[in-house]
Structure formats: C-alpha cells, structure tokens
Design a protein around this ligand. Structure first.
Ligand SMILES: *[C@@H]1O[C@H](CO)[C@@H](O)[C@H](O)[C@H]1NC(C)=O
Ligand SMILES: *[C@@H]1O[C@H](CO)[C@@H](O)[C@H](O)[C@H]1NC(C)=O
Ligand SMILES: [Mn+2]
Length: 397
C-alpha cells in the first residue's frame, strides 16, 4: 500500500464512520442515502449530481437484499435478472439491468412528481429500493431459471415495510389480497430476455396463485416449441418465445383474464392464435390504436383483467423501433413511447402485484440512450400506478 492509497483508505474510513455513528465495514457506496430520499443532500460527503455516483435505478438506495442486508424491509424493490441465453435473434439483454439503470438516472432530477397521475412515488411514504441483480449463470439455462425464481421468491415472500392502512373511500381497514394473508412487497424486475417471466410467474404463484397477466409485446410468446423454431432438447424448448406456453400449462396464468397488447408479429399461420386462445390470453393488435385509440385499448385491458391481482410484463419491443431500437427482436409498426406511457397510466387503480421490463439490449441502442431511457420512463409510470394503489381489499364485517 503506497502513501496515496493509505490516505484514501483513511478518508473512506472517516466517511463510512459517518454521521449516524455506525461503522459500516462493507463497501457500501450509498451509505449517505436516507429514507425517504432527499433530492439534495447539502453537506453530504458524496457529490450528488444525477450524473455522478454509483448508478442504481432512479438513484434509489442500493440494498443488498439477497445477502447481507436481507433484514432490511421494503415496499417496492427493483432487481435485475441479467439473463439472455433464451433469445432467438439478437442477444445482449444481459446488459439490460445496467442499461436501464443508466437510462433512469434523470428520473428524479426535478423531484419525480408525476403530473398526470398526481403522485410522487419517491416521496409517497413507501420504501423503494434497488436490490442490485440476481446472480444468474450464463452457462446453464436450467440453473439460471432456478436462480431467478429463487431470487425473486426470496424478495416476494417477505413482509412489506409499510402497513396496508385503511381504504381511502370507506375508511375501513384493508386486508392483503395474497393467498397466505400476508402483505407482500412488490418486485419490479429488470430483464433479461423474456424467458425470465417463467420463473417470475412461478414465484408470483407462490404468493397469489394463478394470476391475470397484462403483457405488452409485439410477439405472442405462447408459441409451442415445435412451432417456434423447434427444440432439440427439453431445455431449448423453454425460451423467450415459449415461456407463456409453459406458464399456461403449469397453471400459473388465469385463463381468460389475461391479455396481450401491441401484437404485430407474423405467425406460422392463423392456428398460432388458436394456441394463444388455449393459453388463456385475449389480444390487442398494435394497429388497433389507429381505430380505438389509447382510451379504447385501456378499456379492453381493464374489462379483461377486472379488479383482481395482476402481473404486468412489458417487452420493450412493444414500442416501435423508432423509439426503442435496442431490443432482441424488433418489429416495426409499434406504439410510440408516449402511447405506451398513456396506456400504462390508464392502469391506475389496478392491483399490480409485481412487474418486469424485458428485452432491453443496450448494445443496439443509440448514443442518446433512446431505448434505456424509454424503458426507465415506462417503469416510472408503473411505479406511480403502484404507489397510488395499495395491494389490499376492504374487509367486510
Ligand atoms: C382504520 O380502520 C379501522 C377499522 O376498520 C379503525 O379501527 C381505525 O381507527 C382506522 N384507522 C384510521 C387511521 O382511520
Ligand atoms: C382456457 O379456456 C379455454 C376456453 O374455455 C379452453 O379451451 C382452454 O383449454 C383453457 N386453457 C387452459 C390452459 O386451461
Ligand atoms: Mn417477448
């Protein structure tokens, strides 16, 4: 150790000793972050411009939820699942979590108040954290899929930090909507290719049973392995075009109350839609926006899913490649970022128990971070909707 690094260590020690009087011996760069997160931290030790520091989603505090800080409770957790060995075309979504975090740095520049939804999720009283990434092996899909399920389940199966509270309309106590009667936190997963939704839905099932799914994507993803390129092995049959087929067969999806939006893929033939029907999904084609508009699309979604628990999965390729080019299987003729954000705000009031955004492959992005910024902004709408709607129902006496 030379004199310089000695000096640096001494400085770091002073810093981590910190003003809360506790000594943190771990390497915890966001030591200065408090709940709720102040926008400016006058007199703090670390430069805190939105373009500086360690990048977490929206500059949220980093909590090592899966390891040494598993005792810290939260209400909403962001977590990455850097898996991309289930892709059929462009690989690279393993860099999605890092890319989305980079694209999200500006989210709280002005404070994070969502004007149309009239909420600031960052100071709504909920504890929102970034848990980093689930460890995911790039060498063995079977193992990786199990890692993703375990990581997600470990977060989901905890008790939420904030109590459910009372219903704003009736004033009566809310009770959890989960199967086990526990008030679970919500998890927002940063993919990763779309295969990750199979283990995520297995985890969701453990808390909520079969779930209604809202799925934004240009593709069906309910394909039978035999149709979707065939499958030389059992493991190859589970990929980013077939995971909903398997999820449906495992009984993880509510039949008839799940829906795809932004569909515009070509098919092997019309029978792909019969197979999709059998998998339990309704469909909204991307082009329907020309006739029924965003309002019509929102209405279709709400009619389909009702007011039960719902899981939200967003493939970034639901957005047109003009606005989000950096994705595994781009399809032209999609929705604009503005249109998808409007549709997401239209889900206000739905009980979204958890969500993901997938197929962001930053290597194909522009230098302007077009896709990763779109992904982050889309999640800002999801976060705002979550912050407004507690996962509870009124107890009738
Ligand atoms: C919430 O509701 C319960 C009963 O439903 C009531 O006892 C309690 O006082 C309420 N709390 C508030 C803060 O209104
Ligand atoms: C869903 O319901 C439809 C219509 O009743 C049925 O044909 C289909 O087999 C069901 N799918 C599953 C996975 O249960
Ligand atoms: Mn997809």
């Amino acid at each position: 150790m030379n004199l310089f690094s000695l000096l640096v260590s001494a400085l770091v020690f002073v810093v981590v000793e910190g003003h809360d009087g506790h000594h943190h011996d771990d390497q915890m760069p966001l030591n200065y972050v408090k709940f709720p997160q102040p926008i400016y931290r006058v007199g703090e030790v670390t430069a805190d411009a939105i373009f500086s520091g360690i990048t977490t989603f929206a500059k949220l505090p980093w909590v090592q939820c899966l390891t040494r800080e598993s005792h810290i409770p939260f209400d909403i957790a962001f977590i990455g699942a850097p898996f991309d060995t289930g892709t059929s075309y462009r690989p690279g979504a393993r860099f999605g979590p890092a890319g989305i975090r980079a694209g999200s740095r500006r989210l709280t520049l002005y404070g994070g108040y969502n004007v149309p939804l009239q909420v600031n999720p960052f100071n709504s009283g909920l504890r929102i954290v970034d848990c980093g990434d689930i460890p995911v092996t790039p060498y063995d899909n079977k193992f990786a899929i199990q890692q993703i399920e375990n990581g997600h389940k470990s977060l989901l199966q905890r008790e939420a930090y904030s109590p459910l509270g009372n219903d704003t309309v009736s004033g009566k106590q809310l009770s959890p909507i989960s199967l086990d009667g526990k008030h679970h936190p919500r998890v927002v997963t940063l993919g990763g290719d779309h295969t990750i939704v199979l283990p995520l839905l297995r985890s969701i099932y453990s808390a909520y049973g079969p779930i209604s799914v809202i799925h934004f994507d240009s593709h069906l993803d309910t394909w039978k392995p035999s149709v979707f390129g065939g499958a030389p092995s059992e493991q190859a049959a589970i990929n980013h075009g077939t995971y909903f087929y398997w999820a449906s067969r495992e009984g993880l999806i509510n039949n008839g109350t799940s829906i795809h939006g932004a569909i515009r893929t070509t098919l092997s033939g019309p029978e792909d839609y019969d197979n999709d029907d059998e998998s339990g999904f309704k469909r909204i084609e991307a082009r329907e926006i020309d006739t029924i508009g965003t309002a019509g699309i929102i209405e279709k979604i709400r009619q389909t899913v009702g007011d039960g628990p719902v899981y939200l999965s967003i493939d970034i390729d639901s957005i047109d490649p003009a606005f989000a080019p950096a994705t595994g299987t781009p399809e032209t003729g999609g929705w604009s970022t503005r249109e998808l954000r409007t549709i997401l705000r239209g889900l206000d009031g739905l009980k979204i128990v958890s969500a993901d955004i997938v197929e962001v492959a930053p290597a194909y992005d522009t230098n302007a971070e077009l896709t990763t910024m779109a992904a982050a902004d889309v999640l800002f709408e999801v976060l705002s909707v979550m912050a407004k709607t507690p996962l509870g129902k009124v107890v009738e006496d």
